[in-house]
Design a protein. Sequence first.
Lengths: 842, 104
Amino acid sequence: MKRRLVLIGNGMAAARTVEEILERGGGDLFEITMFGDEPYGNYNRIMLSQVLSGEEDESGIFLNDLSWYEENGISLRAPVRITRIDRFAKLVYGDDGSSTPYDILVVATGSRSFVPPMQGIYREDGNLTPGVLGFRSIDDTREIVRLAGQHRRAVVIGGGLLGLEAARGLQSHGVQVEVLHAAGHLMNQQLDAPGGAILKSSIEALGITVRLNARAVALRGEHHVEAVQLDDGTEIEADLVVLAAGIRPNVDVAVTSGFTVERAIVVDDRMGTADDPDVFAVGECAQHRGEVYGLVAPIWEQARVLADHLTGARPDARYHGSRTTTKLKVAGVDVASMGITAPERDDDEFVVFSEPRRGVYKSVIIRDDRLIGATLIGDVKKAAFLIQAFDRGLALPEERVGLLFDLGATSAEPSVADLPDEVQVCNCNGVSKCTLVKTVQEGEKTVSGVMDKTKAGKGCGSCKSLVRQIVEWAAGDEVQADPAEHYYVPGIPLAKPELMSRIREQRLYSVSAVFAALAPGGNEDAKSKMGLTSLLRTMWPQDFVDERDGRFINDRVHANIQRDGTFSVVPQMKGGVTSVDQLRTIADVAEKYQVPMIKLTGGQRIDLLGIPKEDLPKVWADLDMPSGYAYGKSFRTVKTCVGSDFCRFGLGDSTALGVAIETRFQGIESPGKVKMAVSGCPRNCAESLVKDIGIVAVEGGRWEIYVGGAAGAHIRKGDLLTTVDTPEEVLTISGRFLQYYRENAKWLERTYAFVPRLGLDHIRAEMEKDAAGLDERMQQTVEGYRDPWKEGREPAVPGQFRTSLPLISLPQVPVRDGSTALGGRAGRSTTADPRLPIPEGR
Amino acid sequence: MTAVSTGIVLGAVDEIPPGEGRAYQVGGRTIAVFRLRSGALRAFPGVCPHAGGPLADAQTDENVLICPLHLNTWDLATGCSRSGQPDLEVVRVHEAEGQIMIQI
Ligand code: SRM
Ligand SMILES: Cc1cc2nc3c(=O)[nH]c(=O)nc-3n(C[C@H](O)[C@H](O)[C@H](O)COP(=O)(O)OP(=O)(O)OC[C@H]3O[C@@H](n4cnc5c(N)ncnc54)[C@H](O)[C@@H]3O)c2cc1C
Ligand code: SF4
Ligand code: FES
């Protein structure tokens, strides 16, 4: 019969322990139950920093979703908090009133944020004062993000790893951030004082204020925090306070249930508790040989040892403690550190390089020819080598400076071939070189496949390039590019050129025809529909059979969906030029439909935001203007400057050309958005150098055409495609490039990726080779264009404009009519009247 | 033999174009009903558990639905999240003589 294995905690240690147990065939030995007091499956806590900073989406950090528990027969009981263990009856009691028997119990309760003793930090009911938060869980992170949107000034208490990551994350939400750190330099656990000082300037260069030797003793604010008070009487205004002053192991259950607890639950080398042979502890709640770890790498080692024991795979497995290395996950500020921070003995070698102006600091500490400590700030190129030298005690180069810099050919850096097998490559998920190599030998020859199977590179991501190198080395000639990487859409195993030729040969005019003919098993794939719709429309401007379910909601109703399920309407305003009539009509419509916000967009037109779906056709009819296509993967706008008609520097009529371009290419579907600009001179007031296609008038009546520029999520200066003599040529060449892009770019690949991928020379040559064909196909497309707002006033399919919203909870987007936006408060981010002098202390 | 069914009739199946979804108001609740291309019907609460997105505006295939706001996905058969979100309650739905009928 299976034994009952119960885990308290559903965090990183618990889940890893279960994974290791399953890997050792434990699924047949145990009936597994996991209790977690967070209402989620298992997620990668270390990525919360990236979630806070917006670099990662919340859904991207789940390690095991609910189906994993199901597939492995694990019963997940969440959110249930275990309140007591009865060792004698072998039962755990939950706060839902349940009692659950176990044969083997694993405590993996982790830690919580330390709440420093400060006056006013708790309210009378024992909760934290509103506006004060820890930074530990998804819920904390969500709440911080929510509050960051409402407040202006945040204080982070604690200038360690977590505090700095929290500060950077907060700042990305536009909040002014001050870090209070009690010690004399930042990250004092990992850095020495000079290193800390250099880090401080790098952090301050990001716009974050740092206050050292700052002991926060009290909070002011009755209903909501208003300020933090320091021991010297200073008061720092804050409407949001994030606590990052350390963590405390969650040991209450163990204490009340009679286990030996010092700083954390005391365990032996088998991860067993001192008090009960059937109860074990792993992770941050465990204390092993006096050490309590706050990082994941040691936890992976502990989980392996525990799994070896529980499954009997290796009864002699022992945990001997870990050497830890840390990395700061703040974009733009690289810090890696390991071991001790300063020499301790007279004969310790200490090699330091410091270049404060560039924010670079490097030091190593060597004892008996072994690396026992290292710090890298600002330049972490040597981190991989140092971490290995530190972990493995590798021989060090005679010339010590080789530890800090790559010295040409004499570099001591081992190639991947020389790395010892056991070296841990991914420190987040504990994957060693030999595991990677084994996975390759077992037949997985793609980098992404190996990463999926081993989870290497799926933590903080800093080891990805090393993983790639090792896989490529291990697979040798057999290394395969991940085929799916080249599919045009995920559901059909073909790259774009093959897909296009099959569609052409078999005359497939609709999305469902493509699935039926080309998808494995003829199966539809929701994630592929939008890309196929776009491609078919490009290929068959006339014959395309439109299936509405192939479109994303925006393209079904010709408007952009908003966070509250309403839509935005952006009428066409060619080249950013408008007229009294247009403005009056827009004003009338906005008034009639009580549009919550009227806004000038970054694309030089007017956005009517917050329109319910059911009103869209009426709004279009009343506007009687064409769609501006602010919602599609399509040609968008042409920004222009005033140009030669009015500007004293103008060399060409940029406005007229912009209007002409927009008239020609309006609404044309493309793999990604296409944004254009025309500037009247190289001063470039329309920002032509950072557009998908940008035109600049130059002396001599000529026009430069730039392609592949961007200034959104990605910044790139466009490449000069060519210089032409007339506006007509601008239209032809832009159209030719646009058509080439439409036919050859991957789905969602913007020109800033497309142009460098193929290379400008290649693109030029191809455009020349097929000039006539490209021009002709573009002409067909232009002629086939129909404005969706003019045609779309009668529903194309039943219920096209029926609301999808619950009727009760509208509106969620705050209404900002002209009077409030322009008079009282300029939006949500300011509570004070922006016209008044700024109060002191802000 | 005619099947006898009980439940609430929401409207004609034809009101939903193949492959799309539509929202229906039932008492105080919004229910999103999807008509798959195979003809099968699926129904769930209309409000996305992630951040309140309008699920009836989702894209679907035979297996999953994708919320329009942040592209989280759910299994159409079980309502289970495939991207770490809370699961969706499955609302029982079937077609009876051309009408959409649900049981709640
Ligand atoms: C309305 C507008 C902001 C504004 O109030 O000014 C806007 C609003 C949105 N932008 Fe933008 N972008 C707007 C100008 C820009 C610009 C500036 C420009 O066009 O000159 C950029 C940088 C240029 C560029 O495109 O690279 C810009 C770069 C982005 C990006 C990043 C694209 C990239 O790959 O770098 C996204 C995300 C995406 O496309 O996946 C995005 C996505 C969005 C979306 C559509 C997000 C979404 O999917 O819902 C926003 C819709 C908000 C809404 O609820 O309606 N928006 N966005 C601007 C509309 C311009 C217009 O009239 O068409
Ligand atoms: C923002 C952030 C960034 C980090 N970055 C890094 C990094 O870059 N590198 C690194 O190595 N480490 C990092 N860490 C630390 C790392 O996340 C932890 O070391 C790791 O999560 C500890 O795992 P654990 O399972 O012991 O605890 P946890 O992951 O905290 O899991 C414990 C779980 O048990 C639950 N629980 C507690 N008590 C009970 C109870 N009585 N009943 C039921 N459930 C209970 C908790 O709610 C929690 O879900 C970071 C941590 C944070 C918060
Ligand atoms: S409008 Fe653009 S920049 Fe602003 S929040 Fe939306 S996507 Fe981000
Ligand atoms: S609201 Fe549905 S995925 Fe975010």
